[in-house]
Ligand binder design. Structure first.
Ligand code: NAG
Ligand code: CU
Length: 257
């Protein structure tokens, strides 16, 4: 007969397994510059608090409520905290250079698309103080879904030893401060809504260069860009292993190239 102690131990063990079963960006390379990501199991417990370019996240778990401000930068709304707060530092990268997002090893079951958005900080505002709220400020610069063989282009690769996904900053993008919202949508439970699991994070960057391109239309808000009716938000990965997948959100903007 199981004792109280052993069932408690089992509960702790399964909690540990649960916690280990998702992921986040642990490291980033902006051009040639290496930055540590926001580490949810280290940073909150370390004195002095590590200074990051990535806005804080509560855990390696998902955001499932697409109407919540938490969807923006993977914040958490409790105890008076609403959404994610700005980070103290800003990374630097030249337009046309590549950001390498180094994820913790991604669970094999968590299939889905990977998407990257940017938002330009308004003139006269400092990114270390800026919260976009529900304004439509985001444009997409990259997204990958499923290839013709039914392979999830980015996410299937992240489950192996290569945990890095790379995104190029549009070469003609106007210099300035931007938030980069990098996100995986895990679809293993997405046959209904709620069900899709969003794993976003926001990185604060300063883009250098001499370009003058900015998207003029199609900006979206987070929350707002995804609803239960958005194609690709409700999707059964088990009964549709190989058919085309409609990636949620707007078209990717390539910056006038
Ligand atoms: C990703 O980050 C981890 C943790 O810092 C590191 O051990 C690993 O070498 C990095 N991977 C790459 C390809 O840089
Ligand atoms: Cu998970």
């Amino acid at each position: 007969m199981p004792s109280l102690l052993s069932s408690a131990s089992l509960a702790i063990l399964s909690l540990v397994a649960y916690v280990a079963a998702h992921g986040y960006v642990q490291e980033l390379t902006l051009g040639a510059n290496l930055y540590t990501g926001y580490l949810p199991y280290y940073d909150p417990y370390h004195v002095p608090t590590p200074q990051r370019i990535v806005r804080r996240i509560p855990s390696n778990g998902p955001v499932e409520d697409l109407t919540s401000i938490d969807l923006q930068c993977h914040g958490w709304s409790e105890g008076g905290i609403v959404g994610s707060k700005p980070a103290p530092l800003v990374g630097t990268i030249a337009a046309g250079q590549t950001i390498h997002f180094n994820w913790t090893t991604w669970p094999d079951s968590h299939k889905g698309p990977l998407l990257t958005y940017m938002a330009r900080v308004p003139a006269g505002t400092d990114i270390t103080k800026w919260e976009p709220g529900t304004k439509a400020v985001w444009f997409k610069i990259d997204h990958v879904g499923k290839d013709q063989n039914g392979k999830w282009t980015a996410v299937d690769a992240l489950t192996g030893p290569n945990t890095v996904y790379s995104v190029r900053i549009p070469p003609k993008l106007k210099p300035g401060q931007y938030l980069v919202r990098h996100e995986i949508l895990a679809l293993h439970g997405a046959f209904n809504y709620p069900g899709v699991q969003a794993y976003p994070s926001c990185t604060q960057i300063e883009v250098t260069g001499s370009g003058n391109a900015l998207p003029v239309e199609g900006l979206v808000a987070f929350p707002g860009a995804y609803t239960p009716e958005t194609p690709g938000i409700v999707y059964d990965i088990y009964t549709h292993p190989t058919n085309a997948y409609p990636i949620p959100g707007p078209k990717a903007w390539t910056g006038g190239n």
